[in-house]
Design a protein around this ligand. Structure first.
Ligand SMILES: N[C@@H](CCC(=O)N[C@@H](CS)C(=O)NCC(=O)O)C(=O)O
Length: 258
């Protein structure tokens, strides 16, 4: 299960580029601490990274870079907005994704990680594709637009992993008894899941209630559909002890705290 390393300095970055085997896909996430969508993207990427083995192919390396602290690196990759993802193999930029679309990010990584032939073509052809699109300027949006934008982000976020838990706190530190019980149930059933700590993002906390038409947390989502809160999950399990079987693995939860 791969994890994401924070790059702290230019020498560390240069050393990383020099030490990577040519076939390794380098996934670089540029972020800024003040940008809420970056926290969501961190969850999406941590979930994705956890799906890739460390020692077996496809070889991947996952890093994140503070776009402001390491502005020389962000300038070199023409990062004008965050979150911004750059996929690199053998020193060549294969693809960039600007914005917080979990679907675009997942598709880009899966495409380049899984396709050996794409790797060869990309290496031979240099920069194969650039889908970067400048982020919308930071002009204030009217409330309707703001809600639209938020709902678009939430639509991606609920699909960030096949099973997503929106909870108070994290699986290792739940901040509410209901969330704690939900984590225990998922653990007992060996469910692999991504999670989002709604206490870290009030926009998501309040917005998801409206988007889901569900007023409380925890919320469990499967394949982008709301299952419900703790009571509903308990009920589903009492009706069908194998409810979680399709999502059970020995690995447990997948995401990092938001
Ligand atoms: N019976 C509910 C219990 C959940 C609940 O009541 N959650 C409350 C307190 S932790 C909540 O999320 N309130 C809204 C909020 O805090 O934003 C369930 O089945 O999940």
């Amino acid at each position: 299960m791969s994890t994401i390393t924070e790059v702290d300095s230019i020498p560390q970055w240069e050393q990383l580029l020099a030490s990577l085997p040519p076939s390794t896909l380098l996934v670089v996430s540029f972020h800024a601490p003040w940008a809420a969508p970056c926290a969501q993207m961190a969850t999406v990427l941590a979930t994705l990274a956890s799906e890739y083995p460390v020692t077996e192919p496809p070889a991947t390396k996952w890093v994140s870079v503070n776009a402001e602290d390491l502005s020389d690196i962000s300038e070199a990759y023409e990062v004008t907005a965050v979150p911004f993802l750059v996929l690199i193999r053998n020193g060549q930029v294969l693809e960039t994704v600007s914005g917080s679309s979990a679907v675009k990010v997942r598709t880009a990584i899966e495409t380049h990680a899984s396709s050996a032939s794409a790797a060869q073509a990309d290496t031979a052809g240099g920069v194969a594709q650039t889908v970067a699109k400048a982020e919308e300027p930071a002009a204030p949006l009217d409330p309707e637009r703001q809600k639209e934008e938020l709902f678009k982000r939430l639509a991606d976020l609920v699909k960030a992993a096949p099973v997503m838990l929106f909870m108070k706190g994290t699986p290792s530190g739940p901040q509410c008894g209901f969330s704690r019980q939900m984590v225990a149930i998922l653990r007992e059933n060996s469910v692999k899941y991504g999670f989002f700590n709604i206490l870290a993002d009030d926009e998501v906390r309040q917005g998801l209630k409206e988007y889901a038409e569900w007023p409380t947390y925890p919320q469990l989502w499967i394949s982008g559909e709301l299952v419900g809160g703790l009571d509903i999950v308990k009920e589903e399990l009492s009706n069908d002890a194998d409810f979680f079987k399709p999502y059970s693995v020995s690995g447990g939860e997948a995401a990092a705290p938001a």
